[in-house]
Design a protein around this ligand. Sequence first.
Ligand SMILES: Nc1nc2c(ncn2[C@@H]2O[C@H](COP(=O)(O)OP(=O)(O)OP(=O)(O)O)[C@@H](O)[C@H]2O)c(=O)[nH]1
Ligand SMILES: [Mg+2]
Length: 262
Amino acid sequence: MGRFHHHADGTAHTHDLLPADRTAPDSVDRHHPAGDHSGYETGRLRVDVLARIFGENDRAADTNRELFRSAGVKVVNLMSSPGAGKTALLRETLLRLQTVARIGVIEGDIETALDADRLAGLGAPIALVNTARGFGGECHLDATMVRSALARLPLDELDLLIVENVGNLVCPAEFDIGQDVRAMVFSVTEGEEKPLKYPVMFRAVDLVVVNKIDLLPYLDFKMDCFYVNLRNVNPDVAVIELSVKTGEGLDRWCQWLTTILT
Ligand SMILES: Nc1nc2c(ncn2[C@@H]2O[C@H](COP(=O)(O)OP(=O)(O)OP(=O)(O)O)[C@@H](O)[C@H]2O)c(=O)[nH]1
Ligand SMILES: [Mg+2]
């Protein structure tokens, strides 16, 4: 039987019992993914289960990649811990970039259409994936879940597809969804040590958006220390500091997105 995937809040998921495909980014040691899979049994069985899960996801991600390539759409996998500002950033992105590029969104959440609703009415097609509906309430999107949303998007008419992953600083980093680039939103309210504590995520991404800099005057957050920690786990990662609330730095984010299109 399956081993449970225990979360800090005491809930558990049967990660290894679900049929969905999963994979890890190249930078992740697949035999010892540093996600919170501590509930798995150790030893040979654990290795076999994870290898099967990630292998199946790899194949599904390759299928997605081919679909994206033939449709001529670039894909961003946008990740973060809950509440870092992914949806807020996406709202501003749609408002600013809809005239430049045809953007679609896959909105990933365990439950509710709350975030999808926040992005509605801005001219972009939105496909919601609730992992609690048919995907065991998983704490991340995997390639099969993303694939399930593609039929609800006019892929051929899009230039850019942004996938808002489930808010979680661990698991989403381990699953390839067939994206071109991975980006994460990091909020300064999370603390400067987070790259050291959650290295898999910070190592997996091409860009770190440092959000909520409007709050810096009210926090003890040490930006210098954050950069040291970040460079420690991912020396070459791009960084954009911004505030979705004030708009500061949003032009650099939009510029980064448009460079993906070329
Ligand atoms: N002060 C401040 N608040 C922000 C900023 N960006 C987002 N927020 C707030 O942070 C909260 C969470 O933002 P969301 O956009 O819902 O975050 P999320 O990453 O989409 O959250 P999940 O989808 O639940 O993982 C909201 O109350 C936003 O208004 C910012 O730049 N500054
Ligand atoms: Mg959100």
